[in-house]
Design a binder for this molecule. Structure first.
Ligand SMILES: C[S@@+](CC[C@H](N)C(=O)[O-])C[C@H]1O[C@@H](n2cnc3c(N)ncnc32)[C@H](O)[C@@H]1O
Length: 315
């Protein structure tokens, strides 16, 4: 421990001291907030309370409680890593929240933040009717498993398959399945998009695939660079995987099935590529954009266009 850290461990004593010190430190460094908070104050509260296993709504009277030496050393190290290494807070805490549920996260997986959480919390209404809940759900490109696992809560009778090409990510997804005690109906499988799912059919396919285009990738803040590049990069226009998903999804969707895909900023490229397709872009309360819904029927109607786009991109 450096001399200045040794003296800080003695000088900072209470939760209040550490929250204040964290805010000052965050403001002195050029941090980017995009993983659960959007300002130094909230980030400091989350770091200090989260790492001490205290709830977000901790009674304010506790703020003047003194911390043990070990707790003080741990907090200083986390604040240092957040400032100097720009490590995203959920990686420091090993946990992230999605659709009101906790998930284990580490640098093997993207930190959950998909606006699809809002759709899940609304049971995909109006695209899925309460009278006909999906029996089989596929979470394609699952990462931590957050989308598929949250879907399993939303549809308690559904069987859910989580797939990812990354064995590392699947290990985290397996841990999250176990954490939520869903081993009887949520299963994780390695697959390059649909390649390992021959003959399977799903009533709902939901995917947050990699979709960052080359320009956005080159402009990403340091915090995002700590996430797996495999989870983000998707070619020049960000649509390398989305083109294949559109061309192949119909084979794996039941006749009444629904496909939901997040494409974020690559929405513009997608609209330009398929001006004839009436993608239904979801209106989110959170003001997020870039998630479309297509029915099996629409996939049938535009199948030739989707197949042609894959051929054009590979020629
Ligand atoms: C944007 S992350 C999404 C993770 C998670 N669904 C979420 O919303 O937090 C995309 C995921 O797709 C996976 N992936 C990348 N290429 C893939 C491919 N060809 N087939 C399947 N999964 C792939 C990555 O490993 C990563 O976990």
């Amino acid at each position: 421990m450096s001399q200045s850290t040794t003296s800080l461990v003695q000088e900072l004593q209470t939760l209040r001291d550490f929250i204040r010190w964290a805010i000052t430190s965050f403001n002195r460094h050029n941090l980017y907030y995009g993983h659960g908070t959007d300002n130094a104050w909230d980030e400091a509260l989350h770091l200090v309370l989260g790492s001490l296993h205290l709830p977000w709504d901790t009674d304010q009277r506790l703020l003047d409680a003194r911390l043990t030496q070990l707790e003080r050393e741990k907090l200083l190290e986390l604040i240092r890593r957040r400032c100097e290494e720009h490590t995203p807070l959920p990686y420091l805490l090993g946990e992230s929240w999605f659709a009101g549920l906790p998930f284990k996260v580490d640098p093997r997986v993207l930190i959950p933040r998909s606006p699809i959480s809002e759709l899940i919390e609304n049971n995909f209404s109006p695209w899925i009717s309460e009278a006909a809940p999906p029996r089989r759900i596929l979470d394609l490109c699952t990462g931590s498993g957050c989308i598929g696992i949250a879907c399993a809560y939303a549809f308690p009778t559904a069987q859910v398959t989580l797939t990812d090409i990354s064995e590392d990510a699947l290990e985290v997804a397996e841990d999250n399945i176990a954490r939520h005690h869903l081993q009887d109906r949520v299963f994780a499988t390695a697959s390059d998009l649909f390649s390992a799912l021959q003959g399977e059919r799903y009533d709902l396919i939901v995917s947050n695939p990699p979709y960052v285009d080359a320009t956005d990738l080159s402009l990403m803040p340091d915090e995002y660079r700590q996430e797996p590049e495999l989870a983000l990069a998707a070619g020049e226009d960000g649509l390398d995987l989305v083109r294949v998903i559109l061309a192949e999804a119909r084979q794996y969707l039941s006749d009444q099935g629904v496909l939901v895909v997040e494409v974020g900023n690559s929405e513009e490229h997608l609209q330009a590529l398929f001006p004839q397709v009436p993608f239904l872009w979801v209106d989110f309360e959170s003001q997020a954009r870039g998630v479309f819904v297509l029915t099996a029927e629409q996939l049938d109607e535009f199948q030739a266009d989707f197949a042609a786009a894959v051929n054009d991109s590979s020629s």
